[in-house]
Design a protein. Structure first.
Length: 72
């Protein structure tokens, strides 16, 4: 008996959607932790620029870094 290829495709699509959500959450956490796009991209097997372009389109915002205090 041959596998049900359509059921397998649906299962894989659902699995991918779940991992995509987890990756997005991890990228948001990495950015909140102040990690650079270069490191995020390297972890995902792409350039930092490619990671930045993909995830900013998905709502990952820039990290707001505290300004250095002026010395008196």
């Amino acid at each position: 008996m041959e596998p049900d290829w359509l059921a397998e495709l649906k299962r894989l699509k659902d699995l991918k959607a779940g991992t995509d959500d987890m990756i997005l959450k991890a990228v948001k956490g990495a950015r909140r932790a102040g990690l650079p796009w270069e490191g995020i991209g390297k972890s995902l097997g792409v350039t930092g620029q490619a990671a930045h372009e993909k995830f900013t389109k998905l709502g990952v915002s820039r990290v707001k870094r505290p300004r250095a205090k002026a010395k008196a």
